[in-house]
Design a protein around this ligand. Structure first.
Ligand SMILES: Nc1nc2c(ncn2[C@@H]2O[C@H](COP(=O)(O)OP(=O)(O)OP(=O)(O)O)[C@@H](O)[C@H]2O)c(=O)[nH]1
Ligand SMILES: [Mg+2]
Length: 201
């Protein structure tokens, strides 16, 4: 697939397949997962009603007639210690978030599969997100972690916490100064711990 970019992926995908032009905006059907077809796809990713964890060499298998091209993306989570990077990954992977803060020891990767139906197309594609997570102190201590995380990265998720002003103040600096190999790498900002903020007020 040419021009693999997270922001424009479905547009490129459709353009290369069917020469369709899509305007920016809604590119996937957001309520598709509730349809019969969507449920069938998601059931293949579940075990005992929880998201199945896939190893590095594993991939989901869909029943005959339910084929889905897998599009792989590498994402790197970046942010202050304790801001909630690992918790965010746990949430996305359907796991319980850690109750107590333990710094992530070194570099950890998690893989999540996410089927989606494109607007104006009958095809279902499965996003494969490989999430790179490093504890802030480990990132500062070992010089080889950052290059491993940003090499061929498709998107960086910058995290800040709604209950930590300093993590928000650092954000502009981090977004501007993280030396990414590609200028076009997508930058996403995610705020964490919002429920704590709202329960206080
Ligand atoms: N209530 C609530 N707690 C959260 C949320 N996100 C993170 N936490 C808590 O914040 C603490 C730290 O979260 P982690 O996800 O371990 O932080 P981290 O950014 O991975 O930290 P390092 O690995 O040290 O860089 C944990 O005790 C979580 O329970 C959230 O959205 N809501
Ligand atoms: Mg962590």
């Amino acid at each position: 697939m040419a021009g693999k970019q997270l922001t424009s992926m479905p547009v490129n995908y459709c353009t290369s397949r069917s020469m369709m032009e899509l305007s920016p905006g809604k590119l996937i059907e957001h309520d598709w997962y509730e349809s019969n077809q969507g449920r069938e796809f998601f059931n293949c990713l579940l075990r005992k009603q929880k998201r199945r964890q896939f190893g590095v060499l594993e991939r989901p298998t869909f029943p005959l007639g339910m084929s889905s091209e897998i599009q792989s993306y590498k994402l790197f989570l970046y942010g202050k210690a304790g801001v909630g990077k690992t918790s965010l990954i746990c949430k996305l992977c359907g796991l319980d978030i850690p109750q107590i803060h333990h710094e992530t020891p070194g570099l950890q990767t998690s893989t999540i599969y996410w089927p989606a139906k494109l607007v104006n197309s009958n095809e279902v594609i499965t996003f494969k997100f490989i999430l790179y997570d490093v504890g802030e102190f480990a990132l500062k201590k070992y010089n080889h972690f950052l290059p491993a995380c940003i090499e061929k990265v498709d998107a960086v998720i910058f995290t800040f916490s709604f209950v930590d002003r300093a993590s928000f103040d650092d954000l502009t600096n981090s977004v501007d100064n993280l030396a990414l190999p590609e200028k076009s790498t997508l930058k996403i900002v995610v705020g964490t711990k919002y429920p704590i903020l709202t329960s206080r007020s």
